[in-house]
Ligand binder design. Structure first.
Ligand SMILES: N[C@@H](CCC(=O)N[C@@H](CS)C(=O)NCC(=O)O)C(=O)O
Length: 210
């Protein structure tokens, strides 16, 4: 198998993978597959991703799931001097992985995904109003603490440039807003700045359900 193939459109997590590919200017093929559709259950897709989730990236012989891992793999493999999604300097790389973990665990898995499952899809996962209330409070606490990072006036989370963790953070900020949560002012301004980054519009278009 040759070339890059990305499976999945239309979700916050698929957006992350499209965005990294768009930012790096890579040619890739999109396999339009959406959550909770028969295609997700197909034998072909299950043989590629037995967990039945999107996104999945194929790069030659490599098949990779988990959006933070996909963004990091693309960043490590395809960044150039002109277009890089991960810093090269050791301490900045350590901070990149710190933010990757914070966003994936504290914002996504512990807060937003709880809301997605129990407020957005109660018919599948069951209603859980207490857990949702706690998830909202937890998100607020984490994003407020996270916003201290921006108090020195920095434009992006790590180093001086836009990186993969800005992709992940932006998807979580938008996700939180869709669930009616307000953002600390520093993250509202940050989110507006992200729209100035040319790959933002490309990525949203690539991830859109046509
Ligand atoms: N940790 C995974 C989560 C992937 C995930 O849950 N994707 C959702 C769409 S955003 C999905 O495929 N849901 C289908 C299902 O759970 O049945 C990642 O970040 O890629």
């Amino acid at each position: 198998m040759a070339g890059l193939i990305l499976w999945g459109v239309g979700t916050s997590r698929t957006l992350r993978a499209h965005w990294a590919l768009c930012f790096l200017g890579l040619n890739y093929e999109t396999r339009v597959i959406r959550t909770r559709t028969p295609e997700m259950e197909s034998e072909e897709y299950r043989s590629i991703n037995p967990r039945g989730k999107v996104p999945t990236l194929q790069d030659g012989e490599l098949t990779l799931t988990e959006s933070p891992a996909i963004v990091t793999y693309l960043a490590e493999t395809y960044s150039t001097v002109e277009k890089a999604l991960i810093p090269t300097q050791k301490s900045a790389r350590a901070e990149f992985f710190e933010w990757l973990s914070f966003i994936s665990m504290e914002l996504d898995a512990t807060s937003l995904y709880v809301l997605r499952r129990h407020e957005g899809l109660p018919e599948i996962y069951g209603p859980a109003p207490d857990a949702c209330q706690v998830a909202r409070e937890y998100f607020h606490r984490m994003i407020t603490a996270g916003s201290l990072r921006l108090k020195d006036g920095r434009r992006f989370l790590v180093g001086d440039d836009f990186t993969g963790v800005d992709i992940l953070m932006t998807t979580c900020l938008d996700w939180a807003k869709r669930y009616g949560m307000s953002l600390p002012p520093a993250f509202s301004s940050y989110r507006s700045r992200i729209d100035d980054e040319p790959s933002t519009a490309l990525a949203f278009a690539a991830n859109a359900v046509k």
